[in-house]
Design a protein around this ligand. Sequence first.
Ligand code: SAM
Length: 217
Amino acid sequence: SDHQLDYPSCPENMDWSNHYPFHKDHKIEFADIGCGYGGLLIALSTLFPSTLMMGMEIRTKVEDYVYERIKALRTQHSETNGYQNVSIMRMNAMKFLPNFFEKSQLSKIFFLFPDPHFKQRKHKARIISPTLLAEYAYVLKVGGILYTITDVKDLHLWMVKHLNNHPLFEKISDEECEIDPVVPHVRTATEEGKKVARNQGDKYLACYRRVEDPLSI
Ligand code: SAM
């Protein structure tokens, strides 16, 4: 539950300096929603060394684990200031995301192997929904990319349906996905992705570009 979580009243009131002590400007560009054990952040950290990334996770124990993992990597790579661009925070991403990020702040937002919530009556707990897509569109800049991947076909179809119906997202073709350097990591870098691979499960990928509001052009 998230009843004891604190939220900033607006992004300007959020102090990120503890998260990224080596950076003066704390403009986060990538958000990994429900990041779990942090495999994607760790993989992307060295691929985009000057981009700030944040993992957002609701479970305290998982946050603690990722915090320690990043701390250890920072210590090991202190000579090169490695892993100073990634961090983790505990929050409920279904609430108040726009309190943390300004409009158009993010260039990438990730939903990797989100909880499926199989039962019909639990579908409203899914992390992709029309209401939440409006928030994700708000924090993503035009041209920014929303990545989803899951091993649950029903959830994949659900996410694609809602994203296809949303006027501010446009599906990226398979061909274009395959040349995105981030996509191999989306498939394989996270702990859940590795588990699915071990069990020889399917992985359904869907990536969307944030487009200009058709009503404003
Ligand atoms: N993305 C990771 C991976 O691929 O290994 C983790 C996948 S795991 C199945 C889903 C994660 O989402 C869990 O760690 C869970 O705690 C987190 N989560 C679920 N609801 C959330 C919410 N509302 N806000 C933030 N994190 C959430």
